[in-house]
Design a protein around this ligand. Structure first.
Ligand code: NAD
Length: 263
């Protein structure tokens, strides 16, 4: 039976945010805490997660987690439910920026992008869905990107995995609706976070200058993590399917034209 959850209030008590130690994930944790939720910051950088949790106060805690490790993700979700009795919000946000033109990329680039950006979201979704189906309630928010809706220049693995996250999210949303589980996907433009400085083994097309300075040529003003997170949690509360933040128009990159949709 379809549950009328549009009328239900959004009052999360227990949340997990992957990639919660930094950037957008940390800012989403701040928003969820402001709404009264305990938030587990789960990050591959466990020390950074501990530091962030200490900064965010008594409603935050930290866990070391590699989202690419399915067994570890399942174990964390089950541990949080054992500790807190429930899981209201699962934010599958951990991600890495993998750039390059096809001819610059090798197996490692694709494996890293697929393992973290796609397999990591699948792992989080699968573990949270098991718990939320049993509860008959819950919210899953997956962080994709505007690069999940339109191509991001010279970022083929990133664009590919983020499109997959949008597909996974919108398809699962339809399956989940009758079970009381909401699924949303966040699609921001460029956001001012460390991700822009830390492109994974940046290929030649990004060489010679930082990604940040190159991105500035495409989008002179970055979004802030804070604004992005506020939009994300407002969108989650409103049960929006896709939560775009910012906009990218037609982009050109070294003479190549990337259209904002199929042409
Ligand atoms: P960030 O680098 O500030 O934060 C990413 C966090 O994920 C880091 O704390 C990192 O340690 C963690 N992480 C990386 N690999 C992990 C793994 N295997 N398991 C667990 N944690 C892992 O970057 P951000 O910009 O806040 O990125 C968060 C999400 O937002 C990503 O999915 C990213 O693709 C997406 N996004 C970012 C932008 C942007 O311009 N910054 C735009 C759109 C979407």
């Amino acid at each position: 039976m379809h549950k009328p959850f549009e009328r239900e209030p959004f009052e999360p008590k227990v949340s997990i945010v992957t990639g919660g130690a930094s950037g957008i994930g940390r800012a989403i944790a701040v928003e969820l805490i402001a709404r009264g939720s305990h938030v587990v910051l789960a990050d591959i950088d466990g020390e950074a997660a501990v530091r962030a949790a200490a900064e965010l106060g008594s409603l935050a805690s930290a866990a070391t987690l590699d989202v690419a490790d399915a067994a570890a993700v399942t174990a964390l979700v089950r541990q949080v439910v054992a500790d807190h009795g429930r899981l209201d919000v699962m934010v599958n946000n951990a991600g890495v920026a993998i750039g390059g033109l096809l001819e610059e990329l090798d197996e490692r680039h694709w494996t890293k992008a697929l393992d973290v950006n796609l397999r990591g979201v699948i792992n989080g979704v699968t573990a949270a869905y098991e718990v939320m189906r049993a509860q008959g309630s819950g919210h899953i928010l997956n962080t994709a990107s505007l690069a999940g809706l339109i191509p991001a220049p010279a970022m083929l693995p990133y664009t590919t995995t983020k499109h997959a996250v949008v597909g996974l999210s919108t398809a699962l949303r339809a399956e989940a609706a009758g079970l009381g589980v909401r699924v949303s996907v966040l699609c921001p433009g460029f956001v001012d976070t460390p991700l822009l400085d830390d492109i994974y083994e940046a290929p030649a097309s990004f060489g010679g200058s930082s990604v940040r300075s190159r991105v500035r040529l495409l989008q002179p003003r970055f979004l802030t993590a804070e604004l992005t997170a506020k939009r994300a949690v407002d969108g989650l509360a409103a049960n929006k399917a896709v939560i775009p933040v910012g906009a990218m128009a037609h982009l050109t990159w070294r003479g190549l034209r990337y259209a904002p949709g199929p042409t």
